[in-house]
Design a protein around this ligand. Structure first.
Ligand code: C2E
Ligand code: CA
Ligand code: CA
Length: 732
């Protein structure tokens, strides 16, 4: 009979059990505690349940059941009600209080209504009448197991959801990005903690407010457009960047790069009454790209500006020209492109050092900036080279006025690290449209005009239209020409005599360079010395000059010792003096040609004074210690104060021939000359008058007590043999 019972409904219960097992990954078979005081009953039920792979544990009464429950995990109790000692009701009560995970099925012969009610009150899950139908028993057990499984699954699911929610809120709130949700009206429905951190608003200040309140005015249109596209095109991702306003007005707006996508409810999720498209809002992630933007801005600035002066650079300048040209061609207006190149910057840079050079450039750019008006563009396009664009210029006269403003602004001394520095500029101007119609050509032509000024001795202004092409070409090829001249020995020393006016005899010569150009013939120094100074080639030229003229002097004296009374004057440029090896070079050259220090005079000009004075003083004093004399050349033409005359070991002042040229007829006087002579006497210095061409001028310089004269009156600069012949005739 038991067998019969067992076989009934096996298939049905198998399916249920399989289902339970399959969902409960490798779960061990449930343990069923059978509590019944009838042994036969206990064992027959055990046999039946074991056949279905349930674990069965048997208890003969309530007491025995408690002992078992304390020892092992029980899932279900199949409970008889009437038992000796501890009965089923006490078990129910204890389980209800102490073993809440255990479910009870009452199996009783006393299926009264009261019993059933009581049992239900204790949470009993089912009630079987004894003697029970085995199929029914299996069904009830399986039902209960299935319910238990469902309950377990549900609670697992709940904790999964809770964990996932926790994870989600951890991620959103700890995201480095701002995460937000806008509802369909563009009102914030959610923002993460990062948003509040970045912008300083509280959650409450965000939620319920429209995004427009937070977006920078200038970016609002862009944001409106992007969010509008999102709303209209569900599922399309939008990436834009915009600035959001921080709560605190002193904090700059933050740049965000925002990716957003609209959210749509699936049809199944739509409320019935909703007849719309299911659009519920926009979900977005916005990254703070403020740093990146600032960096971009910086990089951008440096791409288009000069780092030292922060003025526009060449790239930006040509951009501006092109823009100005397109406007001017429409308005039929003129543009002036001006190229300003500082004179002798190399000397300043080499002698005062790069830091001082940089400071000077910054000061210059400040003064130049003060001369420009709105709409003009001033750019620094090279070391000491500035470009200026004046759009809307009416006439050349207007350009000249601007040039004179610039020259005035630069006139007074720059105080750089305690030195008074005077600067001048060579300026060239080309005009659109008369000279050229492209930016590139205008700059090129302004450059040509500027170079022309350099060639003419610097410090001035030229229009491109004033250039005569051939003279200009000549200047362009000059620099390379000088290099070739040095290599191919095209230079020659000429000597101009200096006369002692009392005895009318030669007492000195000034060595003056000449360039025997293979095609252009004899080139005088005014045509290439300024350029040589600009390019630094003057150092090589200067070395060559001292070396060659000393060598010649040695030969003169060797063949005619009487010529040892002639003093050799050699011109020294400022950058030569600045060189570290200057003193050694001069001394070793004298040594090489057996020339005494007293036979050499070095002529320096006032631009030596833009240099580090301590350095100059110490070098000149060192050389003076070897008997070498110093003369100030072109005296009176410089700009600076005269205080240096006392600091430097100077012996001679050479009055510039421009002053002498003012003396034209007997009785003419020049107060500057009178002042210079008085001052020289005061300082114990000699005077040499340069450029004396006439008897009248000679008489005049004699009358003011000038002992030495150099000029065409006595002799022009001449080749060595000519000078030597004259000197021998007078001195030997
Ligand atoms: P500087 O040192 O003032 O030289 C005197 C210039 O005046 C010479 O011109 C000379 O020919 C000119 N001269 C002399 N007497 C008269 C005169 O009575 N009337 C007129 N009109 N001119 C007179 P030069 O030789 O053409 O030299 C021009 C300048 O070139 C020199 O002026 C000097 O600054 C520079 N120079 C020449 N040789 C050298 C050199 O070897 N090194 C450096 N650093 N500069 C040099
Ligand atoms: Ca000279
Ligand atoms: Ca001179």
């Amino acid at each position: 009979m038991k067998k019969n019972l067992i076989n009934i409904d096996k298939d049905y219960s198998d399916t249920i059990y399989d289902r339970i097992n399959s969902s409960g990954k490798d779960r061990v078979a449930p343990t069923i505690l059978i509590v019944d005081d009838e042994k036969l009953m206990r064992e027959s039920v055990q046999e039946l349940l074991s056949a279905y792979d349930f674990n069965c544990v048997l208890a003969e009464d309530g007491q025995n059941a408690f002992e078992i429950m304390d020892e092992m995990v029980v899932d279900i109790i199949l409970l008889d009600l009437i038992m000796p000692n501890v009965d089923g009701f006490e078990v129910m009560q204890a389980v209800h209080e102490r073993y809440p995970t255990i479910d009870i099925i009452v199996a009783s012969g006393e299926a009264t209504f009261d019993n059933a009610t009581l049992a239900m009150r204790y949470g009993v899950k089912d009630f079987l009448n004894k003697p029970y139908n085995p199929a029914n028993l299996i069904k009830v057990v399986n039902n209960l197991l299935e319910k238990r499984q469902l309950k377990r699954d549900l609670s697992e699911m709940q904790s999964c959801i809770q964990a996932s929610e926790k994870r989600y809120s951890f991620f959103t709130n700890n995201s480095p990005d701002m995460i937000y949700m806008l509802d369909r009206d563009g009102v914030f429905a959610f923002v993460n903690d990062r948003a509040t951190e970045l912008l300083g608003y509280s959650q409450d200040e965000f939620i319920g407010h429209h995004y427009a309140e937070f977006i920078h005015q200038d970016d609002l249109e862009k944001a409106n457009f992007a969010f509008g596209v999102s709303a209209a095109n569900i599922g399309i991702k939008q990436t834009i960047d915009f600035r959001m306003l921080a709560k605190h007005p002193s904090v700059d707006p933050c740049y965000f790069e925002s990716r957003s996508i609209s959210i749509k409810l699936e049809a199944a999720e739509l409320p019935e009454k909703d007849s719309g498209d299911g659009f519920v809002g926009i979900y977005g992630v916005a990254r703070d790209i403020t740093e990146k933007k600032r960096l971009d801005e910086k990089i951008n600035f440096h791409l288009y500006h000069d780092a030292l002066t922060e003025l526009p650079n060449r790239v930006l300048f040509s951009d501006r020209i092109n823009f100005a040209i397109s406007q001017a061609s429409r308005n039929n207006s003129k543009i002036a492109i001006m190229l300003l190149d500082m004179d002798r910057f190399k000397v300043i840079n080499d002698s005062l050092g790069h830091i001082a050079g940089d400071k000077l450039l910054q000061e210059i750019s400040r003064r130049l900036t003060s001369c420009i008006s709105q709409g003009d563009t001033l750019a620094r396009v090279g070391g000491d080279e500035f470009n200026l664009m004046l759009p809307d210029i009416n006439s050349e006269k207007e350009v000249l006025e601007r040039v004179s403003n610039i020259t005035n602004a630069l006139e007074s001394a720059f105080m750089i690290e305690g030195h008074e520095v005077y600067v001048t500029f060579s300026i060239g101007t080309a005009i659109y449209p008369q000279d050229a119609d492209s930016g590139e050509s205008l700059i090129k032509y302004a450059d040509m005009a500027m170079y022309h000024i350099k060639g003419k001795g610097k410090n001035g202004h030229n229009f491109y239209s004033d250039l005569n092409d051939t003279s200009f070409q000549h200047h362009l090829s000059m620099e390379n020409g000088i290099r070739t001249a040095l290599q191919e020995d095209q230079f020659e020393v000429y000597f101009q005599p200096q006369y002692d006016v009392k005895v009318e005899k030669i007492n000195g010569v000034e060595a003056l360079i000449r360039w025997n150009h293979p095609e252009k013939g004899l080139i005088t120094p005014n045509d290439f010395i300024p350029l040589a100074e600009e390019t630094g080639l003057i150092n090589d030229i200067g070395e060559w000059m001292l070396n060659t003229s000393c060598q010649i002097l040695e030969q003169w004296v060797k063949s005619n010792p009487a010529l040892s009374s002639i003093k050799l004057a050699v011109n020294m440029s400022a950058s030569q003096i600045a060189k570290d090896c200057f003193v050694d070079f001069v001394l070793s050259t004298l040594d090489k040609y057996n020339i005494k220090g007293e036979q050499l005079e070095l002529e320096i000009t006032e631009n030596v004074l833009v240099q580090d004075m301590e350095m100059v003083v110490s070098k000149l004093k060192h050389l003076a210690g070897h008997g070498i004399c110093f003369a100030v050349d072109d005296f009176g033409m410089g700009y600076s104060s005269l205080s240096y005359l006392q600091t430097l070991p100077l012996n001679n002042l050479k009055i510039d021939r421009a002053f002498i040229a003012t003396i034209q007829s007997p009785g003419d006087k020049n107060t500057i000359i009178t002042a210079i002579v008085a001052m020289a006497k005061e300082l114990g210095m000699h005077i040499v008058a340069e450029g004396v061409e006439t008897q009248v001028q000679l008489d005049y310089v004699k009358s003011i007590g000038c002992p030495t004269v150099q000029g065409y009156w006595y002799g022009r600069p001449m080749p060595t043999s000519e000078l030597e012949a004259i000197a021998i005739e007078q001195l030997a």
